[in-house]
Design a protein around this ligand. Structure first.
Ligand code: 5GP
Length: 147
């Protein structure tokens, strides 16, 4: 029998991405529709590093509904295609971490979409805080490419 999708642990509505989704904290938004939201990572591992979230309160891969997950992945693909063009990338890396043991730090599901260039390694996680002016300009370009 298939296991039901169920919360691995409780969803905390005070997590930082829930606050961004409610508009209580700012972000460099690049995309929004009725079920998903995307913005730039403030500590990018490469220029153009974006995060795609479901609007539904899912903690991670272990409790998101399959339909919301499928929609997040559709949006991640859209953003990957736009980012490849905007950042003249050679490739794209997707990452998704679930639970602390899986590398998750913020407990609202998100998929990382990271433009990659040949022979350029990712910066270590949380090693560099990007200038907000740079993020604003990148977000405008990506949002325009996604329209
Ligand atoms: P993860 O939970 O997938 O390990 O990592 C969380 C990601 O969120 C990290 O890449 C980190 O740089 C990013 N992050 C943490 N706090 C904020 C924030 O306040 N705004 C934005 N845009 N990104 C954040």
């Amino acid at each position: 029998m298939r296991p039901a999708v169920r919360p691995a642990m409780d969803y905390d509505p005070q997590n930082i991405f829930a606050k961004i989704l409610r508009g209580e904290l700012p972000c460099h938004k690049i995309y929004e529709d009725d079920r998903a939201f995307a913005f730039l990572d403030i500590m990018p591992r490469a220029p153009g590093h974006a995060l795609v979230l479901p609007k539904a309160p899912a903690r991670n891969l272990l409790d998101i509904s399959p339909d919301d997950l499928a929609h997040v992945m559709k949006v991640a693909q859209k953003i990957a295609i736009a980012a490849k063009s905007v950042f003249a990338a050679d490739g794209i890396t997707l990452q998704q971490f679930s639970e602390a043991a899986g590398g998750q730090i913020v407990f609202h599901l998100h998929v990382h979409v990271i433009p990659r260039h040949d022979n350029v390694a990712l910066k270590p996680p949380a090693s560099f805080k990007e200038d907000p002016a740079v993020l604003s300009e990148q977000a405008l370009k990506l949002a325009a490419a996604l329209r």
